[in-house]
Structure formats: C-alpha cells, structure tokens
Design a protein around this ligand. Structure first.
Ligand SMILES: [Zn+2]
Length: 290
C-alpha cells in the first residue's frame, strides 16, 4: 500500500512487490556472478559474449555445443561414431553405481560420452575434430572416449584431413579402472601414426586439462594452444606438494606458466581462437600443394 489513500500512479497498477524468495529465484536464474571479479552478469549477455566476463575477461567454461558454435562455420559440424556408448564393465560403485552416474550424465548433458568427434569447417577449411565436454563426468576419458579419438584420427589419416582436438578433462575415468588408463597409450599411438603419415594436429587446451588426458593426446599436438588462465597439468598442486614436500611457485600449472617454461606454443584469447586455428591450417594446406 502507499501512504496515500489514492493511487499516486494514476490509473496504472501499482508496481508489484516481489517477495524476497521470488527475487532470489530470479537472480539465481538470470544472473551469474563472475568468480574472478565478482561482477554480476546477465546470463544472456554472458552467452552472447562467448562466456567471457565483460569486465575482467574471465573465461567461463564452454560446453561442447557452444564450443562447436564458436569454432566451426555454421551447420558444418557433422558428428561421427556416435553409436558407441560407455558401459559399466567392472560393475563399479563409488558414492553411486557407475551405471547410475552414466545415466545422470546423459540426462544432464544430452550427450552419450565426454567427447564428440566428427568433421567441420573452420573458415572453409575442412578438418577432423574432437570436442570434450567437462559436463559429462568431468570430461573424463573412459574406453569410449579413447575409441572415438582413435576412430576420428584414423579417419583423418585416411582422408588426409587436418586435426584439432579441444581438451577439457579431469583425466582418466577411474570408474573404468585399467581400461581407461590404456586409452592413454592408444590415443598417443594413433596420433603418432597420423603424424608419421604427414598429418597436422593442433591441440587446444581449455580449462581444465589434467591427468591422463594431459599425459596423452592433449600434449602431442604439432602445435599446442591454450586458452588464457587455464589449469593445465598432470596431478593437482596439493598432491604434488604432499609428494615432493616442496612449496610450488605461484601461478604453477596455468597456461601462462607453461608458456613461459616452453611446454605450450601459444596462448590465444577465445575470440581469436577460430582465426588462429584457421591461419595455422591455412599454412598446412598451402604446404601440401607445393
Ligand atoms: Zn569478471
């Protein structure tokens, strides 16, 4: 009610009071807080800006669908080898059974596995590709992730296509035990055969790329690119500190630290990534013609 016994807004309705609960619901739904600078961003604005904080350029994670939109020419991505699905062969259970975890991941992401592979065009250059999705069990590499990489890289070898893989992973999938660890050797071997046959592979490391993925195909690119500020490494910093009993330098395991120490070739901002990959593949295509 107003302090007047008439409506001071004239004939219009009084502004509807929003309850605290409703306000909270609204804010949770439409606004995202930047973990780096704390600014509130409208979710649509964030999406339109490639999931980059407009104030401090913090990179929010991209799922595989948004990554495909960002990198590939419109409607050129064609998914391949999507008929194979992970299975709980060890009958494994941690907090919940692995079979249930798989079901939940599928429902949450609409994907069958933590990677999508296929072909697509980057500014009119056709490439073979793999895009990992962290939303599916932390982008972990199980048997099917390994198999999909093997198949797409063999396809790229046969078709003489350049290759780019976007990694985003917590490492090997422990629910598949030894079977998942073997995928490190398999993916490394297939990349080796591809490169021996003259293929050109650009590996893109996004936040985070760790564990068995960083220790296999992700670090075998002819060119290794990382997004700014990404966490990249094998074991987490706490595990290393406990094992080596040494204090780690600040910024350890970030893209910037790795560039400084010669482990990666280039850090590329998200908005320039497509152009950068296109330029590199352009050199490769020209080289093939001469
Ligand atoms: Zn920010």
């Amino acid at each position: 009610m107003t302090p007047f016994d008439f409506n001071p807004f004239g004939r219009r309705n009084l502004p509807k009071k929003i309850s605290e609960q409703e306000e909270k619901k609204l804010s949770e739904k439409n606004w995202v807080k930047c973990p780096s600078c704390g600014v509130l961003i409208y979710d649509k604005q964030l999406k339109d800006n490639m999931n980059i904080c407009p104030k401090c350029e913090y990179l929010f994670r991209l799922n595989s669908t948004d990554r495909i939109k960002l990198i590939f020419d419109e409607n050129t991505f064609e998914e391949k080898f999507n008929d194979i699905e992970p299975k709980d062969v060890l009958n494994f259970s941690d907090r919940i059974p692995y079979s249930q975890r798989l079901k939940e991941a599928k429902n949450k992401t609409g994907l069958k596995e933590a990677i999508r592979v296929g072909t697509g065009s980057i500014n009119n250059i056709k490439v073979a590709t793999g895009i990992m999705d962290f939303g599916f069990i932390g982008g972990s590499m199980g048997v099917v992730v390994g198999e999909k990489i093997v198949r797409i890289v063999e396809f790229a070898t046969q078709e003489k296509l350049p290759l780019t893989i976007f990694s985003s992973s917590g490492g090997a999938r422990m629910q598949e035990g030894m079977y998942s660890l073997v995928q490190m050797a398999r993916t490394a071997a297939v990349i080796g055969r591809y490169q021996k046959a003259g293929g050109f592979y650009i590996s893109v490391l996004t936040h985070p790329t760790t564990g068995g993925v960083s220790a296999s195909f992700a670090f075998l690119g002819d060119v290794i690119i990382a997004e700014p500020g990404a966490l990249i490494g094998f074991a987490g910093p706490r595990v290393i500190e406990q094992t080596t009993k040494q204090k780690l330098p600040s910024g350890f395991q970030t893209s910037e630290f790795l560039l400084e120490h010669g482990q990666i070739d280039k850090i590329v901002k998200r908005k320039q990534l497509k152009q950068c990959i296109n330029t590199l593949f352009g050199f490769y295509e020209k080289g093939k013609q001469t």
